[in-house]
Design a protein around this ligand. Structure first.
Ligand code: ADP
Length: 169
């Protein structure tokens, strides 16, 4: 697992994860950037998926992105922390990794799900992300070394938080 500071739409990996909304039809933030970079065919495929529940994840092709596939997941909206936000956020990371393992992907890049428009505190979200991903890699029968997980931070603040957590784990 590693953290990088980059625009996720620029990464040439097997799959990038999109922090989408329940409609899967595009939105602001990273979702908007991914749809713009992937092109119109993405929304056509997304329309056929019938939306996505919070904490669930669905796979599409990457179209014009350098990444081959996109795993769309819907993070929770932060409502103070007592509304199952941590469990729902953990489920986003778990489900995305399960799809990547099932497809035998070797590289998977996550944005900082829920920490933009959805308001999840950045440090708390990063703790959930790193803990869930390392647990899921250990639980899967997939060789840990076979899936490289990249936390793609868009701001220096997020990057610093991830570096600190990864360095102590
Ligand atoms: P959410 O609705 O889940 O909060 P946002 O897209 O608003 O989703 O924000 C999630 C995270 O994605 C934020 O940390 C934001 O800075 C980041 N982000 C926005 N654009 C990009 C991008 N092009 N590449 C990587 N991360 C991005």
């Amino acid at each position: 697992m590693e953290a990088i500071l980059n625009d996720i739409t620029k990464l040439k990996v097997d799959a990038i994860v999109n922090a989408a909304n329940n409609s899967l039809l595009g939105g602001g933030g990273v979702d908007g950037a991914i749809h713009r970079a992937a092109g119109k065919e993405l929304v056509m495929e997304c329309r056929s998926l019938g939306g996505c529940k919070t904490g669930d994840a669905k796979l599409t092709k990457g179209y014009n992105l350098p990444a081959d596939f996109i795993i769309h997941t819907v993070g929770p909206i932060w409502r103070g922390g007592y509304n199952a936000e941590a469990e729902l956020l953990a489920r986003c990371y778990r489900k995305s990794i399960q799809i990547a393992v099932a497809k035998e992907f070797e590289s998977l890049a996550f944005p900082c799900i829920s920490t933009g428009i959805y308001g999840y505190p950045k440090d708390k979200a990063a703790e959930v992300a790193v803990k869930t991903c390392s647990e899921e890699l250990e639980n899967s029968s997939y060789k840990i070394s076979s899936l490289n997980i990249i936390f793609c931070c868009f701001g220096q603040d997020d990057y610093d938080i991830y570096q600190q957590i990864l360095n102590k784990s």
